[in-house]
Design a protein around this ligand. Structure first.
Ligand code: BZD
Length: 811
């Protein structure tokens, strides 16, 4: 008997969109369908989408122009934007359509999304905040530009070799960048060094000794529902003379290229330190390079559209993301005075009305200041202007009641203690009409500590804008399961306004909803477990409690507290195997600044502890430790939806805000945290019963530091803590080098600046309270649901609305 003939199923018809993608592939990538590899499909898809975005982009620009609208300029040395394709597709509502079109072509959208490079032009929270803000400004239909640097090598790639962090260059541009447009017409001269001719009274002319050309690359930023498309403009650098032919012809083939090499060094790497001022000349050059290009561009656009430079504050709001762009204050003054012939006083008024400054840290080592001789050599005209600004500010200070000499010295733009230095935070403060902190506690501490005297002189200037995160990337795109579940329960309105998540609250009492909710979490945990299994060979139980701390590694963030507690728990489980322990998986990820010795040692310790614990059959399935290499935005998108417990355990008073804390809560993790940064406001929103708070307050930390805190006594007084610390110090986890952690542990005994010992018992107790809550799964899921329902306020749409109304005057 012959088999009946089955006609092949007719190939699904190609949509016009599929045809366009193929057309792009052929004509712009130069490949046909058979030859195309995944990267070619990725580029063709992005270019096709970009063509559609361009129409909206131009419409947005035209509309702002026609309305004579005020524009917002967000100046940031960092934009941690991550991958863009999924975000753009979902904001345009084109996910399904593009997925179908590619499927017909035999291409899996999820697969090509996964190979898009993660654009890591930032270190951590500050850079990611800038990216969330860009998306929210487009969503709120605000005409806005982001300005930054197009680093050739962004944040380094982290490899873990035998437990140690190894830094490798990140090559995100290796396959080209289909998102960006090179704007050959937008190029500016940026000078360095040289001399100032003339004096402050007459006409002044700065003759730089060297110069580079700043060249613009624009990336479209698509808002939610594609309402508006804004521009992220990143500067690259090139020499005016790419090759000196005279030198080349004379045989100096290398020297002939020196100018180009020097220019390129400006945009070559992101400084990978997030917690100490970089200090090197190249960093100041980067700061001035991007500030100058951006301010020139803003001024050029204003004059072109509005004619009169004196109306700048009515039409432009420039926000300084920390002090990295603070030299912009002096640069705008220079352009107004030297190029637009305005008198100093008028220039100063325009400048102050135009700028706003956001502070992100109180850590003294992170407050930027530059040796005065270096600053003067590199930017002689700016130095003159800073002296003139300082003269004005100090006169005001001396006139003001009750200002001591000490207070006046603290206000000065020049630090006269020891080697004279230019204080960038003071420059940003006096040059702005608004100075904001990023969470309520942080803002209060700014007033009491680093800016106490400036605050007394200008009491109306400091204000708070609690950070937020974009719910598109951090809920809808990274957690489609939860998004669908929430939509089924309360409708889709929350997609346009996260305050509407509130209606989810009552579902916390609905057992069937709780079951579906925990089902979504479980499937996210299975996904993460598979990923960890495949990439690290570590098998995890998705029913264990996933306890996650992912962020930059820094002593103040206290990964060490978490690791020591893990060691203590390990010890307890081994001593009392009969007890009813909650199975836990401790997940860590994060990069350490390459020069930060203790942070790198903490990474090694996490890996050493993982190695020992994971291979110990006596703790079996009860405890596993995983340090995931190369933490970045994409990895965060994978981990956060799978977390049960969010570790936000910084020493109180030290984490300005935190934004990871918000992402976890929005994805239904419970927080274990200190009363620090935005944790305090998260607690107020979710309610005391739905968060686990422990430890010293910021005031108590300050009092302990000022008083007679004796960590040695604390450690010796706690059996669990001393056992864990001694085990680590004596080499239990580092048999190959028993003294590896001796110094690190001695630091706890001797000074314990970060209060690890002081908070240890409270932290352990809080962890055991977490175990007890976990045993009551209905209660746990209910609390997790209430977290999702109650943290809608932490949307960056809300934050940007506040900036727009209260700082920028654009809403
Ligand atoms: O900014 C962070 C703070 O530590 C967080 O508390 C806060 O939530 C975010 C956003 O406001 N600061 C940084 O991320 N800082 C840096 O990355 C940085 C980079 C270069 C130089 C100095 C600091």
């Amino acid at each position: 008997m012959t088999e009946p003939e089955i006609a092949p199923a007719p190939a699904p018809a190609r949509s016009p969109l599929a045809d366009r993608i193929v057309d792009t592939l052929i004509h712009r990538i130069g490949k046909d369908e058979r030859a195309a590899r995944k990267h070619d499909w990725l580029a063709a898809t992005i270019l096709t989408l970009r063509d559609e975005i361009i129409d909206k982009w131009m419409a947005s620009t035209r509309q702002a122009h026609a309305a004579g609208a005020k524009r917002v300029y967000y100046l940031s040395l960092e934009f941690l934007i991550g991958r863009l394709l999924r975000d753009a597709l979902s904001n345009l509502g084109r996910n399904a359509e593009v997925g179908d079109a590619l499927a017909v072509l035999g291409v899996d959208l999820a697969e090509i999304e996964e190979i898009e490079p993660d654009a890591a032009l930032g270190n951590g929270g500050l850079g990611r905040l800038a990216a969330c803000f860009m998306e929210s400004m487009a969503t709120l239909d605000l005409p806005a530009y982001g300005y930054g640097i197009r680093y050739v090598n962004g944040m380094f790639r982290q490899r873990i070799d035998d437990g140690w962090q190894v830094e490798l260059p990140e090559t995100w541009l290796a396959h080209g960048n289909p998102w960006e447009f090179e704007r050959r017409e937008s190029a500016y001269f940026v000078g360095f060094g040289g001399e100032v001719i003339g004096n402050e009274v007459g006409h002044v002319h700065w003759k730089p000794a060297e110069a580079v050309e700043a060249l613009a690359y624009d990336t479209p930023v698509v808002g939610w529902r594609g309402k508006r498309v804004n521009t992220l403009r990143l500067w690259s650098a090139r020499a005016f003379d790419p090759i000196r032919l005279d030198a080349f012809n004379a045989g100096d083939h290398i020297g002939a290229l020196a100018g180009q090499v020097r220019a390129e060094s400006l945009v070559r790497v992101l400084y990978p330190s997030d917690s100490s001022a970089a200090g090197q000349e190249l960093r100041l050059r980067q700061e001035y390079f991007f500030s100058s290009a951006s301010i020139q561009d803003i001024v050029r656009r204003h004059v072109q559209y509005f004619g009169d430079i004196r109306t700048l504050p009515d039409k432009a709001a420039i926000q300084l993301n920390d002090t990295h762009p603070a030299v912009s204050v002096a640069e705008l003054m220079r352009l107004l005075i030297d190029h637009h012939d305005l008198p100093f006083d008028e220039a100063w008024e325009i400048t102050r009305k135009t700028f706003g400054y956001t502070n992100h840290t109180l850590l003294p080592e992170a407050l930027e200041s530059w040796p005065l001789p270096l600053f003067e050599r590199l930017l002689p005209r700016h130095m003159q202007l800073i002296y003139a600004i300082n003269g004005r500010v100090l006169r005001e200070a001396r006139k003001s009641d009750g200002m001591s000499d000490q207070a006046v010295a603290a206000i000065s733009l020049i630090d006269e203690n020891g080697e004279r230095r230019v204080r960038m935070a003071n420059l940003a403060f006096v040059g702005s009409h608004s100075v904001n902190g990023v969470a309520a506690l942080h803002t209060a501490l700014m007033k009491q500590t680093v800016f106490a005297d400036l605050h007394r002189l200008y009491p109306a200037r400091i204000n708070n804008k609690t950070n937020g995160i974009t719910p598109r990337r951090w809920l809808m795109d990274c957690n489609p399961g939860l998004t669908a579940l929430v939509r089924d329960a309360i409708g889709a309105e929350f997609c346009d306004d996260t305050a509407k998540l509130q209606s989810l609250d009552s579902f916390s009492n609905d057992p069937s909803f709780r079951e579906r909710f925990s089902g979504v979490k479980r499937s996210n945990k299975v996904g993460l477990s598979n990923f960890i299994g495949e990439s690290m060979g570590l098998r995890l139980d998705p029913d264990a409690l996933f306890d996650v701390q992912i962020k930059r590694v820094h002593e103040y963030k206290r990964q060490l507290l978490n690791i020591i507690e893990t060691v203590a728990l390990y010890d307890q489980i081994r001593s009392h195997p009969e007890e009813d322990w909650t199975p836990r998986v401790k997940i860590f990820a994060g990069k350490a600044a390459s020069s930060y010795h203790n942070a790198k040692l903490i990474i090694k310790l996490a890996n050493d502890v993982a190695k020992r614990v994971n291979s110990d059959p006596s703790v079996g399935g009860l405890l596993k430790v995983a340090f995931l290499p190369n933490y970045n935005v994409s990895l965060a998108e994978r981990i956060i939806p799978a977390a049960d417990l969010s570790e936000q355990i910084s020493t109180a008073g030290m984490e300005a805000s935190g934004t990871g804390n918000m992402k976890f809560a929005l994805n239904g993790a419970l927080t274990i945290g200190t009363l620090d940064g935005a944790n305090i406001e998260i607690k107020e929103h979710v309610g005391d019963d739905n968060i686990v708070i422990f430890g010293l307050t910021a005031d108590e930390v300050a009092a302990k530091r000022a008083g007679s805190y004796r960590p040695r006594e604390v450690i010796e007084g706690s059996r669990e803590l001393s056992q864990a610390v001694n085990a680590i110090a004596s080499g239990v986890f580092s048999p190959d080098d028993p003294s590896r952690y001796r110094e690190l542990m001695n630091g706890l005994y001797d000074h314990d600046w970060f209060m690890v010992a002081a908070d240890f018992d409270a932290y352990t107790a809080a962890q055991r309270a977490v175990d007890a809550r976990w045993a009551d799964q209905a209660g746990w899921q209910a609390a997790a649901i209430r977290n999702v329902a109650r943290v809608g306020w932490f949307s960056s749409d809300r934050t940007i609305g506040e900036y727009a109304r209260e700082i920028w005057g654009v809403m």
